[in-house]
Design a protein around this ligand. Structure first.
Ligand SMILES: CC(C)(COP(=O)(O)OP(=O)(O)OC[C@H]1O[C@@H](n2cnc3c(N)ncnc32)[C@H](O)[C@@H]1OP(=O)(O)O)[C@@H](O)C(=O)NCCC(=O)NCCS
Length: 245
């Protein structure tokens, strides 16, 4: 789990970054990610729990995935209609949806922790995740998995399950790194991660992560409003100047 000093540093870095206007770059809110390295510092990123009000943004995120990513995420090449149905059926009461935002408040990564509905398997949960192409390789997928594990443990889950295609190196790496047992069955693989019971650390981590994500979101929201306002003023000024000339 990430140390408190790392949270504070990330919070500070995020705050400094928001002093710069949001550029029109289409590649997200940060410079291109460095190539994946085998050893790296812990990734600190605010992860927010999403409610039903975020269905539209969740849909926009999933619809932005191309065919091959949809295949990796859902196990089939989900059409736009199938994705819309999946989003409409998300159960925010039972399950947990986590998201990572950029400075434009676009959802660049999200995870779905689906709790088993069968009473016989009520201590099991399934993990599904997607990160937009431009935000990959920064450790977001791994962090969402860690966050999901903390939540699942706090909810009394003792087995996390991931269904992935055997070609999905990144997903299987995340699962194996966490200690999951991966069973390969041809083109498909199932990863099972046995979870220890919740403890003080998992409870504290959930509270701190929640607070950190809420503060970060509020700051990003205010910064976005500020920069949008400045952009509107700029547009008005430019319009007035060209009308005069
Ligand atoms: C799988 C996915 C979520 C990974 O997201 P990510 O944010 O890029 O993952 P991370 O940056 O946390 O990387 C996880 C590990 O995989 C490695 N990795 C990332 N991309 C890789 C690739 N293309 N090939 C091999 N390894 C890769 C990383 O180096 C990292 O290993 P490390 O911790 O030893 O450095 C993302 O690729 C994705 O959204 N794919 C489409 C949907 C999907 O496959 N979902 C999973 C099925 S539910």
């Amino acid at each position: 789990m990430t140390a408190t000093k790392d949270w504070l540093k990330a919070s500070w870095d995020a705050g400094i970054d928001l002093l710069h206007p949001v550029s029109d770059r289409v590649d997200g809110d940060a410079p291109p990610p460095p190539p994946p390295v085998s050893v790296r510092a812990p990734v600190v990123v605010p992860i927010r729990s999403l409610g039903p009000a975020y269905r539209e943004r969740i849909a926009a995120h999933l619809l932005a995935l191309d065919d091959s990513d949809r295949y990796l995420r859902f196990g089939y090449k989900a059409s736009d209609e199938q994705i819309s149905r999946y989003v409409a059926q998300l159960d925010f009461e039972r399950d947990e949806i986590f998201g990572i935002y950029n400075r434009r408040l676009e959802l660049i990564a999200m995870a779905h922790v689906a709790f088993a509905t069968d009473p016989e398997h009520h201590q099991c949960a399934e993990f599904g995740v997607s990160v937009l192409k431009q935000a990959r390789g920064r450790g977001y997928g791994g962090r969402l998995f860690e966050r999901a594990v903390i939540h699942a443990r706090n909810e009394g889950v003792d087995m996390m399950f991931i269904h992935a295609l055997s070609e999905n190196t990144a997903m299987l790496k995340i699962a194996r790194k966490a200690g999951a047992v991966v069973q390969r069955d041809g083109a498909e693989s199932e990863a099972f991660l046995q979870l220890p019971p919740a403890n003080l650390d998992t409870r504290m981590a959930a509270i701190i992560e929640h607070q950190f994500a809420e503060i970060d979101y509020r700051i990003k929201h205010q910064a976005k409003q500020f920069w949008d306002f400045l952009a509107r003023m700029q547009a008005l000024r430019t319009g007035a100047r060209s009308a005069r000339s």
